[in-house]
Write a protein that binds this ligand. Structure first.
Ligand code: F6R
Length: 605
């Protein structure tokens, strides 16, 4: 949801190329328009912005030729106002003395705008953000000091924001503020970076300050000054060194981040299992004493959570996975202090998930968070946190974080089942030692098959993804991948339910992707396949290597290693479906890393 990148060089070096690189590194957060603002050596603010992808704008607007040792940049995912040049960030005040980049939504912008217009401010955009530079300009009328005017303005804002601001009134500082939307500061060699996410500046520094809600301040020769507006005091935030490396946030020879991230899954899962093992202290105690357990998440993280629910149920543990944006209306009134909510979020910043968790926390429930991002908002809400080892995920479509989330939930479950007397040593051993190897083989083998199938499927307009039991979350996730990056209408459905309506659409050649596990519902999956087949459906199965019966029923199949018709299934079964979506997107000329209308980290409700 919009990417902010800002840089200050204490040596007076030109920072435009770095600001540009930062917003490019954050393009996964939004990419409908982009812009930079620099304080130039001649003492003006140079603003260049337009709609379009950064690479095109770079040529058109010559961003890297901009001059100045202090600059801010933005890559946009529109919330208020059309995608247009004037609505692109940065936004300025009437006197062009203040430039602002913003991520989030200012909820009271209509009132503020009316008040400011009444005072003579001229607005030139449809955005909520534009009220901020005008508001600061207005408050400067009764403050000599820019920071004081900035602080007063921030206190008047309602909603969510991460901001970076430069001004000719105090031209050697970058001002910042954070409330709900993420913002971090990178401490480099004689340089400061301010960004929405750590990968923006990983190539220059791994030293990071994670800002908290209510933090405002500035970077300058004096260092990093942070004040929390709720405590009304200057605060010291720890500088942490992140373990992510620059290589992790680069494509490393792959055509797209998504493909690289699919291929990184075996390593990600291995690291995640090792890390989860070290973070288990207190987890089982929380679960053991729970009355009700809810898993709360959005999108792909929801499908990992749904897997959690089905897997918990295999061992007789009751839990319920709920879509974060439905949580309050669906079960909010039942939550109390005896309940546990497991919040699952790659970014740790998804507004819907955070809102559901805050609701639960206010009612006294304990919160267990599973996330990929150290210091993200979810980690500050939770009583206990498990950080995954997937590494930074840059492709907008979640892939390696899905399998890492499944690995965490499975690991927790197996430890819990062990406590309850189940003999799960073999599965635990497999998760620790065998799964990465089997994932690697699955990637290698099914990528070739995906390339073949693409020749047929890329021409289709629709597909069903069917699964039952543990196969259902895999089918749902497979369909989401296809839909979001290849723009092929793919619907995930419980196989048994497909005869109650969806089958009406099936005609000769209609693709049916069937996720077939050799478990208690194996025969029932075959019944659903037969029903589709007898109406001409083109059956594409994902099944175990030894499952000849399913292969015979199918027009095409992907086989995964035998021995995964259990809670470990998603770790291998999802791989061909990720690869099929990726290969279809490429074949259809779509950019899998930047699907239209989507952005990673959905920080608005
Ligand atoms: C799908 C995808 C989204 C996210 C969802 C939740 O590929 O990336 O559906 O899964 O927005 O995001 P997190 O996990 O960051 O809470």
């Amino acid at each position: 949801m919009c990417g902010i990148g800002a840089c200050l060089s204490l040596l007076g070096l030109n920072v435009a190329p770095k600001v540009l690189k930062m917003i490019k590194n954050l393009e996964y957060r939004g990419y409908d328009s982009a812009g930079l603002a620099m304080i130039t050596p001649d003492g003006i603010i140079d603003v260049r912005k337009d709609k379009g992808k950064i690479a095109d704008l770079e040529i058109k607007l010559r961003f890297s030729e901009m001059k100045g040792f202090i600059g801010i940049g933005h890559t946009r995912w529109a919330t208020h106002g059309a995608v247009s040049k004037r609505n692109a960030h940065p936004h300025v005040d009437c006197s062009r003395c203040i430039a602002v980049v913003h991520n989030g939504i200012i909820e009271n912008y209509i009132e503020l705008r009316k008040e400011l217009e009444a005072k003579g401010h001229i607005f030139t955009t449809e955005t909520d953000t534009e009220v901020i530079p005008h508001l600061i300009e207005e408050n400067l009328k009764h403050h000599d000091n820019f920071f004081n005017a900035f602080e007063e303005s921030i206190k008047q804002l309602k909603g969510a924001y991460a901001l970076a601001v430069i001004t000719l009134k105090d031209p050697s500082k970058i001002f910042f503020a954070r409330f709900f939307s993420p913002l971090v500061i990178g401490i480099g060699e004689c340089e400061y970076y301010i960004a929405s996410d750590i990968p923006a500046f990983l190539e220059w520094t791994r030293k990071v300050i994670i800002l908290h809600d209510g933090d405002i301040g500035f970077v300058s020769k004096e260092g990093v000054i942070i004040k929390n507006i709720f405590d009304n005091t200057i605060v010291n935030r720890d500088v942490i060194t992140v373990e992510w490396t620059k290589e992790m946030a680069e494509k490393g020879g792959f055509d797209h981040f998504m493909l690289k991230e699919i291929y990184e899954q075996p390593v990600g899962v291995k690291r995640t299992v090792m890390m989860t093992e070290k973070q288990m202290q207190g987890v089982l105690e929380i679960l053991e004493n729970a009355n009700d357990i809810y898993l709360v998440a959005a999108g792909t993280s929801f499908y990992a959570s749904l897997h959690g629910q089905y897997a918990f149920s295999v061992y007789g543990f009751k839990s319920r996975a709920i879509i974060a944006s439905e949580f309050i209306e669906e079960v909010g009134s039942f939550i109390d202090e005896d309940d546990v909510i497991i919040g699952v979020s790659q970014s740790g910043e998804t507004a819907d998930t955070l809102k559901a968790l805050r609701h639960g926390k206010d009612k006294g429930a304990r919160i267990l968070a599973v996330t990929n991002v150290v210091g993200s908002a979810i980690t500050r809400l939770a009583d206990k946190v498990i950080i995954m080892g997937a590494g930074p995920e840059i492709g907008v479509a979640a892939t390696k974080t899905f399998t890492s989330q499944v690995a965490v939930l499975n690991y927790i479950l197996l430890e819990w089942a062990k406590e309850h007397g189940y003999d799960v040593e073999l599965l635990l051993d497999k998760l620790r030692n065998r799964v990465p190897e089997d994932m690697e083989a699955t990637i290698r083998e099914t990528d070739e098959a995906a390339k073949q199938l693409v020749e047929m499927i890329h021409k289709k307009g629709n597909a069903y993804y069917l699964g039952r039991g543990l196969g259902l979350p895999i089918a749902l996730e497979g369909a989401l991948k296809m839909k979001e990056i290849a723009y092929l209408h793919a619907e995930g459905y419980p196989a048994g339910e497909s005869k109650h309506g969806p089958i009406a659409l099936v005609e000769p050649g209609f693709p049916i992707i069937a996720v077939v596990l050799k478990d208690a519902v194996y025969d029932k999956m075959h019944i659903a396949i037969e029903e589709m087949k007898s109406r001409g459906g083109y059956i594409i199965s994902v099944c175990e290597k030894s499952d000849d019966k399913t292969k015979k029923l199918s027009n095409f199949y992907f086989d995964v290693p035998t021995g995964y018709s259990n809670i470990l299934a998603p770790l291998v079964y999802i791989i061909p479906l990720q690869l099929l979506a990726y290969r279809t997107a490429v074949k259809r000329g779509c950019d899998p890393d930047k699907p239209r209308n989507l952005a990673k980290s959905v920080t608005v409700e």
